[in-house]
Design a protein around this ligand. Structure first.
Ligand SMILES: Nc1ncnc2c1ncn2[C@@H]1O[C@H](COP(=O)(O)OP(=O)(O)OP(=O)(O)O)[C@@H](O)[C@H]1O
Length: 239
């Protein structure tokens, strides 16, 4: 087991008085390529919002790179390198692609090298280079998603969280994004991908966490598969 990137223990959180996470435990080491799957509405987004400081943890601890970050301010957690990429529909619509990207790399550590990072992002997504002066409002859904992922990269993540990056995209665009995400993973940026489609995740991850009803129900390591009957039953409705 290598260095621990993320260590979450007994995490409880929710909205109002209603708990959504019922004690999430998750440990990720530097050599893992992690993914998270699970049915709609079972707490995946709430989990990432809570570890990123956007929702309050009611109980439990979150350690990132050895540091206790439980309930720290979101901006501080992002500066430490735990970066939750935004969704494509939350970009600044009237700003250009480049302006949105520069906002992603606003923190001092990232700002110091933002020109280089910007060029790397444009290499990864040549389409964005062509549209760098175009306003986000005029982009297609897939292009917006590319900008959103790139905003995360601009922050120089040590762990990049991509929450359903291909939601609503056509199969062709989904493949295109998968190839780009594969390049990000290969470049050594540890990336946690949340997706509904286990097949999409299979080529990008070596470790899959299965979330159900606010808990991690299964942790499937390299070489194991989704043949686990309980998961098949929960996810696909067949045993
Ligand atoms: N802002 C909110 N206020 C109240 N309840 C919320 C809020 N956001 C999410 N919830 C509820 O919390 C539960 C978990 O939602 P969450 O978005 O974390 O699930 P998810 O697994 O990410 O789902 P999906 O795959 O559909 O995005 C759901 O029942 C949802 O209705």
């Amino acid at each position: 087991m290598g260095d621990v990137t993320l260590d979450v223990s007994g995490l409880v959180s929710g909205y109002g008085r209603m708990p959504v996470l019922h004690g999430v435990d998750m440990t990720i080491t530097a050599s893992d390529k992690p993914g998270l799957i699970g049915p709609n509405g079972h707490g995946k987004t709430t989990f990432f919002r809570t570890i990123s400081g956007l929702n309050r943890a009611w109980e439990g601890t979150v350690r990132f790179m050895g540091e206790d970050i439980t309930n720290r301010p979101a901006a501080q957690i992002m500066r430490l390198g735990l970066v939750h990429a935004p969704q494509g529909n939350t970009l600044f619509r009237e700003m250009s692609v480049e302006e949105n990207l520069l906002l992603g790399g606003f923190a001092p550590r990232a700002r110091a090298v933002h020109k280089t990072t910007l060029e790397q992002v444009f290499e990864l997504f040549p389409r964005l280079a062509e549209r760098r002066r175009q306003s986000a409002r005029t982009l297609s859904g897939g292009e917006r998603q590319m900008v959103a992922i790139s905003c995360g990269l601009m922050a120089l993540p040590k762990l990049l969280v991509l929450d359903e990056p291909t939601l609503g995209l056509s199969p062709k665009l989904k493949m295109e994004l998968r190839d780009a995400i594969a390049k990000i993973v290969e470049s050594g940026v540890q990336t946690m991908i949340v997706e509904q489609d286990p097949e999409f995740l299979s080529t990008l991850t070596t470790r899959l966490f299965f979330m159900s009803e606010g808990r991690i129900e299964a942790d499937i390591g390299d070489g194991q598969s989704l043949e686990h009957s309980r998961i098949r039953e929960m996810y696909f409705g067949v045993a």
